[in-house]
Design a protein around this ligand. Structure first.
Ligand code: C5P
Length: 215
Protein backbone atom coordinates (compact mmCIF):
# COMPACT_ATOMS: atom_id res chain seq x y z
CA UNK A 1 0.00 0.00 0.00
CA UNK A 2 1.32 3.44 -0.96
CA UNK A 3 1.71 6.08 1.76
CA UNK A 4 3.43 9.46 2.09
CA UNK A 5 5.25 8.52 5.31
CA UNK A 6 8.71 9.23 3.84
CA UNK A 7 7.79 11.64 1.06
CA UNK A 8 10.65 14.00 0.19
CA UNK A 9 13.20 11.86 2.07
CA UNK A 10 16.15 9.95 0.66
CA UNK A 11 16.76 6.53 2.18
CA UNK A 12 19.72 4.24 1.56
CA UNK A 13 19.15 0.55 2.24
CA UNK A 14 21.97 -2.02 2.12
CA UNK A 15 21.22 -5.68 1.61
CA UNK A 16 22.68 -9.09 0.91
CA UNK A 17 25.90 -10.74 2.03
CA UNK A 18 29.12 -9.20 0.78
CA UNK A 19 31.48 -11.36 -1.26
CA UNK A 20 35.19 -11.11 -0.56
CA UNK A 21 37.31 -12.26 -3.49
CA UNK A 22 39.88 -15.02 -3.08
CA UNK A 23 40.75 -15.13 -6.80
CA UNK A 24 38.81 -14.26 -9.99
CA UNK A 25 36.41 -17.21 -9.54
CA UNK A 26 36.16 -17.71 -5.77
CA UNK A 27 34.99 -15.69 -2.83
CA UNK A 28 34.22 -15.84 0.87
CA UNK A 29 30.52 -15.30 1.43
CA UNK A 30 27.79 -15.76 4.01
CA UNK A 31 24.24 -17.11 4.28
CA UNK A 32 22.33 -13.83 3.95
CA UNK A 33 19.60 -14.02 1.29
CA UNK A 34 18.98 -10.27 1.15
CA UNK A 35 15.24 -10.78 1.74
CA UNK A 36 14.95 -8.44 4.72
CA UNK A 37 16.83 -5.59 3.01
CA UNK A 38 14.88 -5.92 -0.25
CA UNK A 39 11.59 -5.91 1.65
CA UNK A 40 12.67 -2.72 3.45
CA UNK A 41 13.69 -1.05 0.18
CA UNK A 42 10.32 -1.95 -1.33
CA UNK A 43 8.45 -0.48 1.65
CA UNK A 44 10.61 2.67 1.68
CA UNK A 45 9.77 3.29 -1.99
CA UNK A 46 6.07 2.64 -1.31
CA UNK A 47 6.28 5.17 1.52
CA UNK A 48 7.36 7.78 -1.02
CA UNK A 49 11.11 7.93 -0.27
CA UNK A 50 13.76 8.22 -2.95
CA UNK A 51 15.22 4.80 -2.20
CA UNK A 52 18.77 3.72 -3.06
CA UNK A 53 19.39 0.00 -2.63
CA UNK A 54 23.09 -0.81 -2.31
CA UNK A 55 23.15 -4.55 -2.63
CA UNK A 56 25.64 -7.37 -2.53
CA UNK A 57 24.75 -10.19 -4.96
CA UNK A 58 21.38 -11.90 -4.27
CA UNK A 59 18.86 -13.92 -6.28
CA UNK A 60 16.10 -11.37 -5.69
CA UNK A 61 14.28 -9.06 -8.06
CA UNK A 62 14.96 -5.35 -7.55
CA UNK A 63 11.78 -3.79 -6.09
CA UNK A 64 9.85 -1.37 -8.26
CA UNK A 65 10.80 2.30 -8.01
CA UNK A 66 14.15 1.70 -6.31
CA UNK A 67 17.55 3.00 -7.50
CA UNK A 68 19.82 -0.02 -7.63
CA UNK A 69 23.56 0.04 -6.90
CA UNK A 70 25.09 -3.44 -7.15
CA UNK A 71 28.29 -4.13 -5.20
CA UNK A 72 30.35 -7.16 -4.25
CA UNK A 73 32.68 -6.60 -1.33
CA UNK A 74 32.44 -4.68 1.94
CA UNK A 75 34.89 -2.09 0.60
CA UNK A 76 32.74 -1.58 -2.54
CA UNK A 77 29.66 -1.23 -0.35
CA UNK A 78 31.37 1.33 1.88
CA UNK A 79 32.41 3.41 -1.15
CA UNK A 80 28.91 3.46 -2.62
CA UNK A 81 27.14 4.23 0.66
CA UNK A 82 29.57 7.01 1.50
CA UNK A 83 29.07 8.52 -1.97
CA UNK A 84 25.39 9.23 -1.17
CA UNK A 85 25.63 9.71 2.62
CA UNK A 86 25.54 13.50 2.61
CA UNK A 87 22.32 13.67 0.59
CA UNK A 88 20.42 11.00 2.48
CA UNK A 89 18.12 11.27 5.49
CA UNK A 90 18.41 7.68 6.69
CA UNK A 91 20.67 4.68 6.17
CA UNK A 92 19.24 1.26 6.95
CA UNK A 93 22.12 -1.22 7.05
CA UNK A 94 20.47 -4.60 6.57
CA UNK A 95 23.47 -6.06 4.72
CA UNK A 96 25.47 -8.91 6.20
CA UNK A 97 28.88 -7.32 5.81
CA UNK A 98 31.85 -9.68 6.00
CA UNK A 99 34.07 -8.80 8.92
CA UNK A 100 37.19 -9.98 7.09
CA UNK A 101 38.55 -9.96 3.56
CA UNK A 102 41.45 -11.80 1.94
CA UNK A 103 44.59 -9.70 2.42
CA UNK A 104 45.58 -10.00 -1.22
CA UNK A 105 43.18 -11.60 -3.68
CA UNK A 106 45.05 -13.56 -6.39
CA UNK A 107 44.87 -12.11 -9.89
CA UNK A 108 44.78 -15.57 -11.44
CA UNK A 109 42.79 -18.64 -10.46
CA UNK A 110 44.63 -20.48 -7.68
CA UNK A 111 45.60 -24.04 -8.68
CA UNK A 112 44.88 -27.10 -6.56
CA UNK A 113 47.35 -27.87 -3.83
CA UNK A 114 47.62 -30.11 -0.77
CA UNK A 115 47.48 -27.31 1.78
CA UNK A 116 46.33 -23.82 1.43
CA UNK A 117 45.94 -20.95 3.84
CA UNK A 118 44.48 -17.52 3.37
CA UNK A 119 45.51 -14.45 5.26
CA UNK A 120 42.51 -12.38 6.27
CA UNK A 121 42.44 -8.74 7.30
CA UNK A 122 39.68 -6.82 9.03
CA UNK A 123 37.10 -5.03 6.89
CA UNK A 124 35.99 -1.52 7.76
CA UNK A 125 32.86 -1.36 9.92
CA UNK A 126 30.74 0.67 7.48
CA UNK A 127 28.01 1.54 9.96
CA UNK A 128 30.43 2.59 12.70
CA UNK A 129 32.19 4.88 10.22
CA UNK A 130 28.86 6.48 9.30
CA UNK A 131 28.03 6.91 12.99
CA UNK A 132 31.28 8.77 13.56
CA UNK A 133 30.51 11.41 10.94
CA UNK A 134 26.75 11.60 11.36
CA UNK A 135 25.19 15.05 10.94
CA UNK A 136 21.47 15.00 10.10
CA UNK A 137 21.13 11.34 9.09
CA UNK A 138 19.24 8.69 11.01
CA UNK A 139 21.18 5.42 11.25
CA UNK A 140 19.49 2.07 11.58
CA UNK A 141 21.54 -1.07 12.15
CA UNK A 142 20.78 -4.77 12.33
CA UNK A 143 22.10 -7.37 14.71
CA UNK A 144 21.84 -11.13 14.55
CA UNK A 145 22.65 -12.78 17.85
CA UNK A 146 22.18 -16.19 19.40
CA UNK A 147 22.07 -15.00 23.02
CA UNK A 148 21.86 -11.86 25.18
CA UNK A 149 20.19 -10.06 22.27
CA UNK A 150 19.09 -6.94 24.18
CA UNK A 151 22.35 -6.48 26.06
CA UNK A 152 24.51 -6.82 22.92
CA UNK A 153 22.02 -4.70 21.00
CA UNK A 154 22.24 -1.82 23.46
CA UNK A 155 26.04 -1.92 23.26
CA UNK A 156 25.84 -1.77 19.46
CA UNK A 157 23.52 1.25 19.56
CA UNK A 158 26.09 3.06 21.71
CA UNK A 159 29.24 1.94 19.90
CA UNK A 160 27.94 2.68 16.41
CA UNK A 161 25.99 5.85 17.37
CA UNK A 162 22.69 4.46 16.04
CA UNK A 163 19.17 5.86 16.20
CA UNK A 164 17.64 2.41 16.11
CA UNK A 165 18.78 -1.21 16.00
CA UNK A 166 16.73 -4.11 14.66
CA UNK A 167 17.86 -7.12 16.66
CA UNK A 168 16.96 -10.71 16.13
CA UNK A 169 17.75 -13.96 17.85
CA UNK A 170 18.89 -16.22 15.02
CA UNK A 171 18.82 -19.29 17.27
CA UNK A 172 14.99 -19.07 17.12
CA UNK A 173 13.20 -20.99 14.44
CA UNK A 174 11.75 -18.81 11.66
CA UNK A 175 13.93 -15.80 12.41
CA UNK A 176 16.94 -14.41 10.58
CA UNK A 177 18.83 -15.88 7.66
CA UNK A 178 17.14 -17.34 4.60
CA UNK A 179 13.58 -17.64 5.91
CA UNK A 180 10.55 -15.55 4.95
CA UNK A 181 9.63 -14.60 8.52
CA UNK A 182 11.37 -12.73 11.29
CA UNK A 183 10.90 -11.95 14.97
CA UNK A 184 12.68 -8.75 15.92
CA UNK A 185 13.14 -6.21 18.68
CA UNK A 186 13.71 -2.51 18.03
CA UNK A 187 16.32 -1.10 20.40
CA UNK A 188 16.70 2.67 20.77
CA UNK A 189 19.29 4.85 22.51
CA UNK A 190 18.21 5.04 26.16
CA UNK A 191 16.08 2.34 27.69
CA UNK A 192 13.22 2.00 25.22
CA UNK A 193 12.72 -1.28 23.35
CA UNK A 194 9.86 -2.60 21.22
CA UNK A 195 9.32 -6.35 20.85
CA UNK A 196 7.50 -7.45 17.72
CA UNK A 197 5.90 -10.88 17.34
CA UNK A 198 6.84 -13.37 14.61
CA UNK A 199 5.66 -12.01 11.26
CA UNK A 200 6.56 -12.02 7.56
CA UNK A 201 9.64 -10.06 6.49
CA UNK A 202 7.27 -7.83 4.48
CA UNK A 203 5.39 -6.93 7.67
CA UNK A 204 8.64 -6.44 9.61
CA UNK A 205 9.76 -4.11 6.79
CA UNK A 206 6.52 -2.10 7.10
CA UNK A 207 7.04 -1.72 10.85
CA UNK A 208 10.67 -0.67 10.32
CA UNK A 209 9.65 2.00 7.81
CA UNK A 210 6.94 3.29 10.16
CA UNK A 211 9.51 3.44 12.99
CA UNK A 212 12.04 5.24 10.75
CA UNK A 213 9.36 7.78 9.80
CA UNK A 214 8.79 8.41 13.54
CA UNK A 215 12.53 9.13 14.00
O1 C5P B 1 28.81 -5.53 14.80
P1 C5P B 1 27.84 -6.31 13.98
O2 C5P B 1 28.44 -6.93 12.75
O3 C5P B 1 26.98 -7.26 14.73
O4 C5P B 1 26.84 -5.15 13.50
C1 C5P B 1 25.84 -5.41 12.56
C2 C5P B 1 25.46 -4.12 11.88
O5 C5P B 1 26.62 -3.43 11.43
C3 C5P B 1 24.63 -4.37 10.65
O6 C5P B 1 23.73 -3.29 10.48
C4 C5P B 1 25.69 -4.43 9.53
O7 C5P B 1 25.13 -4.08 8.28
C5 C5P B 1 26.71 -3.42 10.01
N1 C5P B 1 28.12 -3.74 9.66
C6 C5P B 1 28.85 -2.86 8.89
N2 C5P B 1 30.17 -3.14 8.58
C7 C5P B 1 30.76 -4.27 9.04
C8 C5P B 1 30.02 -5.17 9.84
C9 C5P B 1 28.70 -4.88 10.13
O8 C5P B 1 28.31 -1.82 8.49
N3 C5P B 1 32.02 -4.52 8.71
Amino acid sequence: MKTDLLKGKTVVVTAGGTQEAIDPVRFIGNKSSGKMGYAIAEQAALAGARTILVSAPTHLEVPYGVEFVPVQSACDMQKQVEAVYEECDAVIMAAAVADFRVAEAAERKIKKMEHMSLELVKNPDILKGLGEKKTHQKLIGFAAETNDVIEYGRAKVRNKNLDMLVANDVSKENAGFNVDTNEVTFIYPGEQITNLPLMSKQDVAKRIIAAVAEL
